[in-house]
Design a protein around this ligand. Structure first.
Ligand SMILES: C[S@@+](CC[C@H](N)C(=O)[O-])C[C@H]1O[C@@H](n2cnc3c(N)ncnc32)[C@H](O)[C@@H]1O
Length: 343
């Protein structure tokens, strides 16, 4: 089959389904209100070329065309999502090259994606920035704006590294089933922060499974740690997690690993085949040892205002963010107040 010919196919296992095909064709075939959560990274226009297909949303010739094409998926995603449930979209600013635009600048793709969702009827619900190392990004992207040389010659030509954004959208309406997350209070304090610090760049499916990736030069798999936080925060075990742009299957793989049902759609056959292989391998592998339960916060009544218990997990925040003792003491008393308000 030529790489540009359109093909549909499907593979499935105990808790997963991977459809080969165009999300614009396949989403409309899904019933209303069948998805509990979606997590994915859309194919950004002109950033990578995944395939020569005109159905590939990454091949749109302009930002306007990208938004028109992607807008169709955003509307169908709303229809298939259960009321009150969430969609987690990974996006980042796009660099505008001097050779194309006359001057080097950035384009606010996350802003476009937020407007496209709210125009389609989604509620904009939250945003997290993912910390990036500027030197690692300089090496990976060859960006002049991130070089010491540029900073030393004329710092106004340097800029910060581009962070990833997690954009969270909610379908209007009341959820029938509440999400009872298994995330501990300690994890929540880190994961509810507007900046995520612990996501490792190399924590991707290819990296984790150490498979050769010569055929997949253009794909940039989403970090498993990023996906796992979204799934554990915003879905229950046994629920359906959708990725309409499944790539090599990272979101579906993480969903199944975390005891959810994964549903993915991918246009490019070689990516879909790799995704199927990863899911089959996961299914055949012995289940992981159950991790020990995460430490929970001490009960509020055991805390004494002004006297910090050193085992209190916020000591970790002091290391991460450099809070002073006074700030941590203030935080403790705020937490005591918040907990007693709830009870
Ligand atoms: C950013 S990549 C997703 C990578 C994925 N998160 C992973 O970790 O493997 C976007 C994917 O969207 C796919 N794609 C582009 N247009 C599509 C369409 N119309 N329907 C389905 N998939 C499409 C591309 O082939 C590419 O694999």
């Amino acid at each position: 089959m030529s790489s540009s010919a359109y093909a549909e196919d499907a593979a499935s296992g105990k808790n997963w389904t991977l459809r080969l095909g165009d999300a614009c064709e396949l989403l409309p075939k899904m019933p209303d209100n069948c998805v509990d959560l979606s997590v994915y990274s859309p194919p950004f226009a002109s950033l990578y070329t995944y395939s020569p297909s005109l159905r590939d949303i990454g091949n749109c010739r302009s930002e306007a065309e990208f938004l028109e094409h992607y807008g169709y998926v955003i509307r169908e995603k709303l229809r298939v999502t259960k009321p009150g449930r969430l969609s987690c979209v990974h996006a980042a600013d796009i660099t505008r090259l001097k050779s194309v635009y006359g001057a080097m600048s950035l384009h606010d793709l996350p802003g476009d994606i937020i407007r496209a969702h709210t125009d389609a009827g989604w509620l904009y619900f939250g945003r997290v920035m993912v910390q990036k190392n500027p030197q690692a990004q300089a090496i990976r992207t060859h960006s002049h704006a991130l070089l010491f040389k540029t900073k030393n010659a004329d710092s106004s030509k340097s800029r910060p590294a581009i962070g990833d954004s997690l954009l969270i959208f909610k379908k209007p309406g009341d959820a029938v089933v509440p999400v009872k997350t298994d995330c501990s209070n300690e994890e929540w304090i880190e994961w509810a922060a507007p900046v995520w610090l612990g996501i490792r760049e190399s924590d991707t499916l290819n990296g984790r499974l150490a498979r050769e990736s010569a055929d997949e030069r253009h794909i940039c798999p989403l970090q498993i740690g990023f996906i796992e936080r979204c799934i554990r925060l915003y879905s229950n075990r046994g629920e359906a997690v959708l990725s309409p742009f499944a790539g090599i299957g990272s979101e579906v793989w993480a969903a199944v690993k975390l005891g959810r049902r994964g549903v993915g759609i991918e246009l490019k056959e070689s990516y879909w085949r790799l995704a199927v292989k990863y899911l089959q391998e996961l299914e055949a592998s012995p289940p992981d040892e159950k991790p020990p339960p995460p430490p929970s916060l001490p009960k509020p009544e055991k805390l004494v205002r002004g006297k910090r218990d050193r085992s209190w997990p916020q000591a970790k925040l002091q290391r991460l963010y450099g809070f002073s003792d006074e700030e941590l003491t203030e935080m403790d008393s705020l937490l005591v107040g918040a907990d007693s308000e709830v009870s």
